[in-house]
Design a protein around this ligand. Structure first.
Ligand code: SF4
Length: 277
């Protein structure tokens, strides 16, 4: 059996940058408080918790004067203000690409556009974007959910960074016929697109794919779905210990891929295990 690792794969720029900032803060502080998990990967959260990370449900649970961390998904203006007021230090890990979406949302809002966001209402990144808008905003998962009968005024479209370009194009096409004026910003992050394209390419030359990443990670799930839709057998594991050696036995060529929130050490553990077999 031989194996090929997708390229690029694994940790994206924004999450890597945020985790590096968090690690630095954990070296300087006994505890660092975050609202929500800093990364969609249970093993990495466990490792960071051993270094002093405390994950809280809301800002109100963070002790006064503590050091606080903002994850790559970013937060609303209100939450940022609350953290600044309450905490001694705020380590801001907001990804610059997410910050760019905040700026576009503020700009459209200021100029009086009704904002449409392609994304998932429950996702923290979308909640953060909404928290930068004072006016009206509509969140849609796909153009199929749009059911407007009357033409609307000025519409500004933005996207959660991890959506697909095909979905954004379909949404924009629908609104072209429904608005007097349409402004569309492609705020999709290329890191996600590139990881999905690399798995599609890998799937053409292997018998099966091992995807390593958190089961709570949407971008890891997307890689699993892309591999499955190519007709391949897929093993979705969170760490090398979950890889069933019996499953590998009848396979000649294995592809390896990791979600954008999978740390390097989990990918390296998997590669070391495959090299031993
Ligand atoms: S997927 Fe893109 S936008 Fe999201 S954290 Fe990573 S680099 Fe930033």
């Amino acid at each position: 059996m031989n194996f090929t690792v997708a390229n690029p794969t694994g940790l994206c720029f924004g999450v890597r940058r945020a985790i590096e900032r968090l690690e630095l803060a954990l070296r300087e502080n006994e505890s660092v408080y975050a609202t929500g998990n800093p990364i969609h990967n249970p093993q990495e959260v466990e490792r960071l918790a051993k270094l002093g990370l405390k994950v809280m449900a809301s800002v109100s649970e963070i002790p006064d004067g503590a050091a606080a961390f903002i994850r790559a998904h970013g937060v609303s203006r209100r939450e940022y203000g609350e953290l600044k007021e309450k905490c001694r230090e705020v380590i801001d890990g907001t990804c610059p690409f997410v910050r760019h979406v905040h700026k576009r949302a503020e700009e459209l809002d200021r100029e009086g556009y009704k904002i449409v966001i392609l994304g998932d209402l429950d996702h923290p990144e979308v909640k953060g974007i909404l928290g930068h808008i004072d006016g009206e905003a509509l969140i849609v998962k796909s153009e199929n959910r749009i059911n407007l009968r009357e033409r609307c005024g000025r519409i500004g479209i933005l996207s959660q960074t991890t959506q697909t370009e095909a979905a954004l194009a379909a949404l924009a096409s629908k609104f072209v016929f429904l608005t007097e004026e349409l402004r569309v910003y492609n705020t999709i992050c290329r890191a996600t697109v590139k990881r999905q394209e690399s798995v599609k390419k890998l799937a053409e030359s292997v018998d099966a794919v091992v995807v390593v990443g958190g089961r709570n990670s949407a971008n890891t799930r997307a890689l699993v779905e892309i591999s499955r839709s190519s007709g391949l057998d897929v093993a979705w594991i969170e760490h090398a210990g979950e890889l069933d050696e019996g499953w590998l036995r009848d396979k000649d060529k294995i592809g390896v891929a990791a979600g954008g929130s999978t740390p390097d050490w989990l990918v390296n553990d998997l590669i070391a295990k495959l090299l031993r077999l």
